[in-house]
Design a protein around this ligand. Structure first.
Ligand code: DGJ
Length: 313
């Protein structure tokens, strides 16, 4: 039983193996948190872990690999999961939502073909289960746009949005998804043109929408920013600083809203010279009125009632 996590260290799953879930995402479903993220080992693309308490993570499956079955859907896509030279493609920043109409778990991810970085596409996969039997449906460019760092956001009424970096990362696009989450329905926002935002993460608090993002500096951390809006369609406000000048050496992965009062910033501390030494940093988002504030804490621990998370400096 693990009741303490140290930010910036290699976190282990319940069998003692490092957790491979970078650039990830998390949903809460049937009493479990499911953590999805990049797993760049061997023939793996995306792995899934689950936990009841956010401290003890059970490895569930490699949910996307080079041998995941591929089936076309109505969206015309490229369904190849291997490069033309026989190597791996790149699948980065996987995000998953549960669609309550189709009862499917729907995954969106950034796709590159493994040879260069110019495909700048998104790719989708679905499953009837949160942690197994995903079927790949291929990659495409939404409305023909480039699409790199990305996230998904599900609003209270089930409406979902895909947010991704376009025009060689210069602009950040917000797409509303069709009701089955298998295609974009409209491009509802083109944000911060020429400001080069990456690693978007969206959450909602007291009826307001917040978007965190980083600047575009490869694996090097930079000053995080947030912006606010009254609707996902905008208008979105200007970008303001979030955390310190390196966001405490992190880049956003996602924000987990545990309750109306508890918002957790999950981030990656990348190691650009050895990807597998990259680590995780989880921090509470505190609020000064409506303004989100990110302070540094070196560790987190489970409270006695196993629900409250304590952060230690
Ligand atoms: C920044 C992105 O946010 C990461 O996901 C990763 O793609 C690196 N760039 C690669 O340089």
């Amino acid at each position: 039983m693990n009741d303490r996590l140290t930010n910036g260290s290699i976190w282990k799953d319940s069998s003692g193996q490092p957790i491979h879930a970078h650039g990830g995402h998390m949903i809460f479903h049937d009493d479990y948190y499911y953590w999805y993220g990049e797993d760049r080992r061997d023939n793996i693309y995306v792995s899934c872990y689950r936990s009841k308490d956010l401290f003890n993570w059970e490895f569930r499956n490699h949910i996307l690999t080079t041998s995941t079955p591929a089936t076309p859907i109505r969206v015309r896509t490229n369904v190849k999961l291997m490069s033309d030279k026989g190597g791996k493609v790149n699948l980065e920043r996987p995000k998953v939502l549960f669609n309550s109409i189709t009862k499917k778990f729907v995954l969106w991810v950034h796709y590159e073909n493994g040879e260069h970085y110019n495909d700048a596409a998104c790719a989708i996969a679905t499953s009837d289960f949160p942690d197994d039997h995903f079927v790949y449906h291929g990659s495409f460019n939404p409305y023909g746009y480039m699409s790199r760092d990305c996230t998904l956001f599900q609003d209270d009424d089930g409406t979902a949005y895909f947010i991704s970096a376009a025009r060689d990362n210069a602009d950040l696009h917000i797409y509303r998804l069709q009701e089955d989450y298998l295609n974009v329905e409209s491009l509802v926002g083109k944000l911060w043109q020429g400001e080069y935002r990456e690693a978007p993460a969206v959450f909602k608090r007291n009826g307001k929408y917040y978007m965190l993002s980083s600047f575009c500096t490869g694996w090097e951390p930079n000053q995080g920013k947030y912006a606010m809006a009254d609707t996902m369609d905008g208008p979105w406000g200007m970008l303001s600083d979030f955390g310190d000048e390196t966001t405490y050496r992190t880049q956003p992965a996602f924000v987990l809203k545990r309750s109306e009062k508890e918002y957790l910033y999950f981030s990656d501390r990348w190691n650009g010279s050895d990807y597998f030494q990259s680590s995780y940093v989880v921090l509470p988002i505190e609020f000064n009125g409506d303004i989100p504030v990110l302070m540094h804490y070196s560790s987190l621990s489970l409270g006695e009632d196993s629900h409250l998370i304590h952060f230690e400096r």
